[in-house]
Design a protein around this ligand. Structure first.
Ligand code: FEO
Length: 168
């Protein structure tokens, strides 16, 4: 059984993952609007991944006999100055999510909740990947600078990203 404190913290994380999904969907719409369909695709896949993260915790809370309590999702921004600006926002957001996951791990340890601690290790490693891929795109977009040709070729590359359903 989950402690009240652990359950509350996991519900907060479900909301944070839903917000991440909403944020990236908003970025996808932004890229669609400025004609960068490959970037839009990358963000759309990312939004689906975030929804999967939320559902992973949602299912886990139920599995532990806890209560899922959904709360309102904050409105994300809808405008960024440049693609680089959007990806800097992704990187900052992912760093914030990493610190939220670390806090959850701290709570699991304090509550001596070993099952939740183990479940969270997946998220700890996922955050390493999430930060690395955002950082990679920030660096590549910095190199692209004002070169439209390089931007189009990056757009073509990002168009190839596909959502991979997780099998547990
Ligand atoms: Fe679910 Fe991008 O962290």
């Amino acid at each position: 059984m989950l402690s009240e404190r652990m359950e509350k913290a996991l519900n907060k994380q479900i909301n944070a993952e839903m917000y991440s999904s909403y944020l990236y969907l908003s970025m996808s719409a932004f890229f669609e609007r400025i004609g960068l369909k490959g970037f839009a695709n990358w963000m759309r896949v990312q939004a689906r991944e975030e929804l999967m993260h939320a559902m992973k915790i949602y299912d886990y809370v139920h599995e532990r006999g806890g209560r899922v309590k959904l709360s309102s999702i904050e409105q994300p921004p809808s405008e960024w100055k440049t693609p680089l600006d959007a990806f800097n926002a992704v990187l900052n957001h992912e760093r914030k999510v990493t610190s939220m996951i670390n806090e959850l791990v701290d709570i699991a340890l304090e509550e001596r909740d070993h099952a939740t601690y183990t479940m969270l290790q997946w998220f700890v490693m996922e955050q390493v990947e999430e930060e690395a891929s955002a950082k990679d795109l920030v660096e590549r977009l910095s190199l692209v600078g004002d070169d439209k040709g390089a931007l189009i070729s990056l757009d073509l590359e990002l168009a190839k990203r596909q959502f991979v359903e997780e099998n547990e």
